[in-house]
Design a protein around this ligand. Structure first.
Ligand code: G
Ligand code: G
Ligand code: MN
Length: 406
């Protein structure tokens, strides 16, 4: 990491007193004296000037001439590559909205400070902070073309990774979610957000899902035969539900491989609105009749919503990670989390919390009454071969009183 003293910091706040206070706190933390502006326009002009971009900006939200929100938009348009801290006396929900906006502009947000900013709060944000190396996520986000993807599917370049789902009450490993990756011969491991959309747009999602599902079923059979009783979840795109024979395909494959439908979870996300619900409704209802488990994925975002709960026979609800991570410290998130959890329980569904990233998230879930948990705190998605050893070490963590997991 670079020396703090060589990092350039910009302060933008209409109150000169705040500039002085923050400036002094930064110097005490080892930063060289920041560039300070009481006016957003001048700060923006400076950004385009010979001094270049700072590594870090501390930005006040409430300013008379150009407010913090507009400032953030202009930073986004200029493709600002440094990091940002929001400073404000506004309430938590407004700060949440502003934070979401900053991230939507692709700007690295370190966090926010409540006025009057304390030295301890600033130190807590900046101590773990590392200035980003100049790689913006969207530049890395290549989309592949349909022919390349078709060849990859045909050549068996897609591989399944599996992420554990554990019971919150006792930590027991209940199942795994299948997450597809592409072992690209040149580009390395490619993540699904770079090719699922391509497959959906080019009529390849059925072919892709068939490959993923067959591999997942075969793997589940291997685990079950080795006395590892696991449920296996597979993600279905709404586009998989447009033709009725897809239900037969799933049922036939499970029967051929010898995996009972009751251990197969089909996770459905509705990323865009379906005009005609009749086919998906028929297909999912038939799968449910055959005792497959149906899960509503990313609940609370996009179109994964109440009307789907009303219309479709789901037995599992996955609360989207944006309502889980940090819900312990955010009243809005925990209110949405609790409401979703209780609603699902009232209609007899099992609830999975996604995005359990750290100890605080886990402790929050333990208090919440949620059924299952999934996330980096427990395990990242991994190749099938790594799962038995991971289960072993997880069980050790569970038995260790010092770990205090359960
Ligand atoms: O795996 P992450 O590891 O990056 O997955 C990103 C997204 O891709 C998730 O929203 C997940 O639901 C989706 N995804 C992963 N595997 C599959 C798949 O086999 N089919 C579909 N339709 N989506 C998948
Ligand atoms: O949409 P779906 O729930 O299928 O997405 C699973 C996605 O979430 C995958 O991309 C997976 O890698 C990612 N994921 C799993 N656990 C965590 C976590 O704890 N934090 C974050 N940010 N992403 C996670
Ligand atoms: Mn999923």
């Amino acid at each position: 990491m670079r020396q703090k003293t060589t990092l350039k910091v910009m302060l933008v706040d209409d109150e000169p007193f705040m500039l002085k206070l923050l400036g002094r706190q930064l110097e005490n933390l080892g930063f060289s004296s920041p560039w300070a502006y009481t006016n957003g326009h001048e700060a923006l002009k400076a950004l385009a000037g010979p001094l270049g971009e700072p590594d870090l900006i501390l930005l006040d939200l409430n300013m008379p001439e150009i407010d913090g929100i507009e400032f953030v938009r202009q930073l986004g348009e200029q493709r600002f590559e440094g990091s940002l801290i929001l400073v404000s006396g506004e309430d938590e929900r407004l700060m949440q909205a502003a934070s979401t906006l900053v991230r939507a502009h692709g700007i690295g947000l370190i966090g926010h400070l409540n006025k009057p900013a304390s030295y301890e709060a600033l130190a807590a944000l900046l101590d773990p902070w590392k200035p980003p190396k100049v790689t913006r996520p969207h530049s890395a986000n290549v989309q592949y073309d349909a022919d390349t993807l078709a060849a990859a599917i045909a050549n068996g370049e897609l591989v399944n990774y599996y992420q554990p789902k554990v019971a919150v009450a006792d930590g027991r490993v209940v199942g795994v979610e299948t997450l597809v990756r592409w072992r690209h011969p040149v580009d390395g491991l490619v993540f699904p957000d770079q090719f699922i959309g391509v497959a959906e747009a080019n009529g390849q999602i059925d072919a892709l899902t068939r490959v993923v599902l067959m591999e997942a079923l075969a793997q589940t059979k291997v685990w079950n035969d080795a006395a590892l009783a696991l449920r296996v979840a597979v993600n279905l795109s709404m586009d998989n539900l447009r033709t009725l024979d897809f239900a037969n395909f799933i049922a036939d494959q499970a029967a051929v491989v010898g995996v009972p439908p009751s251990v197969v979870v089909l996770e459905v996300t509705e990323s865009r609105l379906m005009e005609d619900l009749r086919t998906p409704l028929e297909l999912l209802t038939r799968l449910r009749l055959k005792r497959f488990r149906l899960s509503i994925d990313d609940f609370g975002t996009g179109h994964s919503s109440l009307s789907q709960l009303r219309d479709l026979p789901f037995n599992e609800l996955k609360i989207d990670r944006s309502f889980v991570h940090r819900a312990w410290e955010n009243d809005t998130l925990s209110a949405i989390f609790d409401a979703s959890l209780h609603m699902a329980h009232q209609i007899g569904m099992e609830v999975v919390a996604e995005g359990v990233e750290d100890r605080e998230d886990w402790n929050f879930l333990r208090r919440s009454g949620c059924d299952l948990a999934q996330g980096y705190f427990i395990a990242r998605p991994m190749p099938a071969a790594e799962l038995p050893a991971w289960i072993e070490s997880w069980n050790q963590r569970l038995r260790d009183p010092a770990a205090g997991l359960v």
